[in-house]
Design a protein around this ligand. Structure first.
Ligand code: PLP
Length: 424
């Protein structure tokens, strides 16, 4: 049987999911469907919405910019929103502007995947133009960096990308630093770096999102950064999910007091309102491409690079961080989430509780815990019917709500999770 709409949805098996809610509007932490149903957006519409949907200042900035300058080629031209945003990002970035070796340049693109592709190209270009033959990329086990060929190559291999394996390039994997097994992971990184031809190590700082909200300590992240530094291996921090307050600080890298050589940001950069991404890098990377020799140009662009409307939305987001008590909201949400995690664990239905700032996650104890475990879709439908947008990741359940969520919202979500798992 064929699906009645021509739309092919992402990460969706249409054969088992024939129809879905039509969302008509959103406000704060809630989505409203055409049939009138309200849904608490407990996953921030796939990790992008930070302050809440349709934040008035962000919407106002979008409207004003759209009426003034909608789009302009960004090769050979610039505009105020991109310039202003870049200045602000450098000031806010971990280690940026505070020391001579901080992040100093901003390259624009339009999604997390492209931000990572740009980071990989920057790293390879840096070594090539510096005259060193370093092309190997190290990755962390269970990572996710996007769905393009390059980002799949540096991410975990599995059911999601099996058909595309022939197109993917080889990388070397560092084991995930499980609690108690951090040293093995650090040793593996050390051994890999010592081989000498490593261009970069890419990781998700503190939380591996799509890998199942797997978390590791800031201390371990700091040690990994130190190993990279000792071997001149570029550290790429993919903060696409972890940025903009999600892990309790503006960027997760701050908690380890590290300054990566390259940092990718997207998702929450516009507060979740417009597609935009940035790849920040240190001056040595920019400088390696800076030459009268035009073959050293950084040959990368996409049509909507630094779209002015998206940049204006991001400037409005940064202003909210500067002018409103956003950090206080993040702290409050993190505290409430900690209580929610205790509540989930008190039910006796879950294992492996974990938290990083505003994110909490637990595992449902089941025999087949892979991503395709059949409990996922069943629980998902239960949550939707109850008015909660909660998407299980295999046998892991997590809450990553917008910062305007209330205690009542979270309590309702937790009650719905417990009820759903009891009913399995
Ligand atoms: C979502 C995500 C990406 C990919 O971002 P898109 O905007 O979906 O391309 C990359 N890295 C991480 C860590 C992510 O969570």
């Amino acid at each position: 049987m064929t699906h009645s709409s021509p739309v092919w949805h992402p990460f969706t098996q249409h054969a088992v999911m024939p129809d879905f809610p039509v969302i008509d509007s959103a406000q704060g932490a809630y989505l409203t469907a055409k049939n009138g149903q309200r849904l608490f957006d407990a996953i921030s519409s796939w990790w992008v919405v930070t302050h809440g949907h349709c934040h008035p200042q962000i919407i106002e900035a979008i409207q004003a910019q759209a009426a003034k300058l909608d789009q302009v080629i960004f090769a050979g031209f610039t505009h105020d929103p991109a310039e202003e945003l870049a200045e602000k990002l450098i000031k806010l970035s971990p280690g940026g502007d505070k020391n001579a070796d901080g992040l100093s340049h901003v390259f624009y693109s339009d999604s997390g995947s492209t931000a990572v592709e740009v980071a990989l190209k920057m790293a390879l270009g840096y070594w090539k133009h510096s005259g060193e033959d370093r092309t190997r990329i190290l990755v962390m086990e269970h990572s996710y960096h996007g769905d393009t060929i390059g980002t799949m190559s540096v991410g975990e291999r599995g059911v999601f990308n099996a058909p595309y394996l022939p197109l993917m390039f080889g990388v070397e994997k560092v084991p995930f630093p499980q609690v108690g097994a951090e040293q093995a992971s650090l040793d593996a990184l050390q051994t890999a770096c010592a081989k000498g031809d490593v261009a970069a190590f890419i990781l998700e700082p503190l939380v591996l999102g799509a890998g199942g909200m797997m978390m590791y300590s800031a201390d371990c992240l700091a040690k990994m950064a130190a190993i990279c530094k000792a071997h001149d291996v570029l550290l790429i921090a993919d903060e696409v999910m972890t940025g903009w307050g999600r892990t309790g600080t503006l960027f997760a890298s701050e908690q380890a007091k590290i300054c990566p050589d390259i940092l990718c940001s997207s998702k929450g950069i516009t507060g979740g309102s417009m597609p935009l991404a940035v790849t920040l890098c240190k001056s040595k990377i920019f400088d390696a491409h800076y030459s009268q020799d035009r073959t050293k140009t950084f040959f990368h662009s996409s049509s909507y690079t630094a779209n002015p409307i998206a940049c204006a939305a991001a400037v409005a987001n940064v202003r909210l961080w500067e002018e409103e008590p956003v950090q206080e909201r993040v702290d409050n949400l993190a505290q409430m989430q900690s209580a929610m995690l205790s509540c989930l664990m008190a039910s006796g239905l879950f294992a492996n509780p974990r938290q990083a700032g505003t994110i909490i996650a637990v595992d449902v104890a089941v025999e087949d815990g892979g991503y395709l475990a059949d409990i996922g879709p069943r629980l998902y439908r239960h949550f939707l019917a109850g008015g909660y947008l909660i998407r299980p990741l295999g046998n892991s359940l997590y809450l990553m709500p917008p910062y305007c969520s209330t205690k009542e919202d979270l309590e309702g979500a937790v009650a719905c999770m417990i009820e759903g798992v009891k009913g399995l």
